[in-house]
Design a protein around this ligand. Structure first.
Ligand code: URA
Ligand code: SF4
Length: 288
């Protein structure tokens, strides 16, 4: 510390909220529109609205490399990988065109036994350079959003992206690229077995739920993820805005705060349903 500077104390929850522009006086609006449409469990991990949202169906059939990524041997191989193999496979993957301009593939970061899984779109310039998701400006906001619900990167939280390689000039990944990378994301979900998945933005929603319309139409809905690798288990899913979007669209931060509160309530229910004790330490920290 430099001379004369007072020691910094950590921010209270209310201070954190106001620091990121979230006012705690917002009230929750509960919406319970359950949508759970059965899909073909052999090809799709989704239980949510879109029936034809298989990786193959969402892949460019015009001979792209992504389409080649749907070959059964590749899918089966990835579906049985442990973390070290998965890491190695992603690091050397050349299944879609995104491999061409990446510096390195970015698998994900955090606690591999986490209850919380946050999924973004894809690495940006800083993530590509450092090999970790959400370390740039959007990542700072994500960290603040986590802190607002008493979470911290790496502690009971895992952060991943829909695509593991940086799209050139930070463009939105193509559906074919998302489909090519989806087996890796599915394997991450199967290995982590989180209690809750939070999808940050449309690309993540597209990857996990299929091409299901606008982000606004997904927010506040009761959604679930499942797949053959989960042996019939379903994982609740919350869709919210991507932090980079929130940085550009301040008024929607209030909606993101609603989504986070909803996610926190769902997590509590999931823990209660599993018979686990609520965390008194976390409640105490949050002044509840
Ligand atoms: N945006 C994302 O979606 N993911 C990152 O890792 C960084 C920015
Ligand atoms: Fe492979 Fe995914 Fe990278 Fe495409 S984005 S090259 S599928 S790791």
């Amino acid at each position: 510390m430099t001379g004369g500077e007072p020691p910094r104390r950590s921010l209270t929850r209310v201070e954190t909220l106001s620091e990121i522009g979230l006012s705690p006086q917002w009230r929750l609006r509960w919406q319970r529109s359950v949508c759970r449409v059965p899909t073909d469990a052999t090809t799709s991990p989704m239980t949510v609205p879109v029936a034809a949202a298989t990786p193959e169906a969402r892949t460019d059939p015009a001979g792209s490399r992504a389409f080649a990524g749907a070959v059964p041997e590749r899918l089966q191989g990835i579906a049985s990988m442990a973390w070290p193999e998965l890491r190695q496979s992603v690091a050397t993957c050349r299944t879609c065109c995104l491999c061409e301009e990446r510096r390195q593939a970015v698998l994900g970061v955090g606690d591999v036994n986490a209850d919380w899984l946050f999924i973004g779109e894809g690495p940006g310039a800083e993530e590509d350079a450092r090999g970790e998701p959400f370390v740039g400006v959007a990542g700072k906001l994500l960290d603040a959003m986590l802190a607002a619900i008493d979470l911290q990167r790496g502690h009971d939280v895992y952060i991943a992206n829909a695509v593991k390689c940086r799209p050139p000039a930070n463009r939105t990944p193509e559906p074919a690229e998302i489909a090519a990378c989806l087996p890796y994301l599915r394997r991450q979900i199967a290995l982590i077995q989180p209690r809750l998945i939070v999808l940050l933005g449309r690309a993540a929603a597209h990857a996990v739920l299929g091409d299901v319309g606008s982000l606004a139409s997904l927010r506040g809905r009761s959604l679930e993820y499942t797949g053959p690798e989960l042996d019939g288990r379903t994982i609740p899913v919350v869709v919210t805005y991507h932090p980079a979007y929130l940085l550009r669209t301040l008024p929607d931060k209030a909606k993101a705060w609603e989504d986070l509160c909803r996610a926190r309530a769902l997590m509590r229910s999931a823990k209660a349903a599993a018979g686990g004790p609520p965390s008194p330490q976390a409640d105490e920290r949050a002044g509840r």
